[in-house]
Design a protein around this ligand. Sequence first.
Ligand SMILES: [Zn+2]
Length: 462
Amino acid sequence: MLNPIYLFDTYQREKREFVPLEPGVVKVYTCGSTVYDYPHIGNLRAYIFSDTLRRVFEFNGYNVRQVINITDVGHLVSDADEGEDKMEVGARRENRSAWDIATFYTDVFKRNLAQINVKEPSVWSRATDHIAEQVALIKRLEAAGYTYLTSDGVYFDTSKVKNYGYLARLDISGIEPGARVELSEEKRSPTDFALWKFSPKGHRRQMEWQSPWGIGFPGWHIECSAMAMKYLGDTIDIHTGGVDHIPVHHTNEIAQSEAATGKQFARYWMHVAFLTVDGKKMAKSEGTFVTLQDIVKRGYDPLVFRYLALTSRYRSGLNFTWRNLRGAQKALFSLREKIAEWNSDNVVPSDELVEEFKKRVNNDINTPRAIAFMWDVADDKSLPKGIKKATIIEFDKVLGFGLEVRVAIEIPAEIRTLVEQRETLRREKKWEESDLIRQEILSKGYELEDTSSGPRIVKRGS
Ligand SMILES: [Zn+2]
C-alpha cells in the first residue's frame, strides 16, 4: 500500500490527500523559463521544489510523468499583452537573433538545473516547436465562441467563463479598465488576453508564423495549455509554478483549457513563494539580482544553494543572503565529511527511519523538517555509523544533495598536493614552512582546519 501524500492546493486553498487520476502515476506540468536571460535564483528555487515534489512521488513508488516547457516566444515584457516580446529584448541587448538567444539561454537553463541536481523531465517542450498545437487550440476556442478578433490579434473573452480568476480570487468587478495593463481600445474587458498576436504592421518580427487569422505569434499562456494537453492529457494531476504566475498566467491557462475541454485542467495547483535577496525584491539595478553563475563565481558548490532552498518551506518566502549561503555550505560540507568517513558497505538503510523521513516529506513536501530529521539521524550516537550512512543516502534520493556520488570532497589535485606537503612538514615539526603552505592554500581559495581526524579543507565563500 502506498503511504498517503498530502499537498496544499492553491486553487482550493487547502491541504488534502493526493489521489492520482490514474493509479500509481502522477502527471506534472511545470512552467519553465523564458529563455531570454540567465534565470535568477528565485526561478531556480521553483525548479528545486518541482524536482523535490517529483522525487517524493518516486520515493513513494509512483511513476512520474513530468513536462517542463521552454518559453521561447510570446512572453511579453508586461506578463500580459503589452510591450515587446522578451526574446526580442534579449536579441537587441546582445545583438544576436532571437533564435540564437533562445538556443543559448535554453542551454543555460538546462545546465543550471543539472547543476542543482534537478532531474531531467520526461519531456522538455519548446513553445516554438508547438505552434500547430497552439493554433489548433485557438481554433477550438474560436469554434466554441470564446474568442473575438481585434486589429491586434485574437483575444479570449473572459466574460464567457464562469469563475474566471478563482485561482487568484480576483475581484473582477474591482478591476477598472486600464488598471491592469493599458487597455487596448478594442479589448472588451481588462482581463481578456491575447491568444494570437499579429506581427506589427510594417515590421517583420524575427519569430512569426502563418495562421488562419494572419501572420503573428502565439500569446504566452496558450503554449502551456496546448503542451500540457498534448503530453499529459486534458486533465493533469499537478501544475506547478511560482506565485507570480497566479494572477495572470495560470488564471488564463485555467480559463482557456477548461473552456476548450469542459474538463478540470489541473487537479492540484502548487506555487512556490518569492525569494528575496537581502530582504529586497530581486532587481538588477539594486544589485540584488543573483544567478547561479554568481554563486559559482564566488566559489560555492551549486548544491549549496539547493541545500539552502530546501531549508525553507516552499510556500514561505526565502530571504537569500551570502551569509545564509555560507551557513548552508558549512552544513552541507560537514554532512559530506561525516558520510565520507563512515563505511556503509553491505549495510541496508533502516526501514523505520526511512518511514519517519517519508512522513515528513509526504506532508506537503516539508523539507525543513526532513532535513532536521536527517541531522537527528546523523548526530545520533546510539546508531551504528554504517546504518546512518546507508539511511541518509536513502533520504538523499529525495533531497538530491548528491551525497552518494560526492562522498569525497572535491578538492583540486593542486590543493591536495599542498595539503600533503604541509602534513609532511608538520610531522617534521617545521611549523614556519607549514604555515607558509597554509597561506598559499588560503590564497588559492581554500581554508584548512586541523581536526583530530586530520586536516579539514573547505572552499572559501566570499
Ligand atoms: Zn506556463
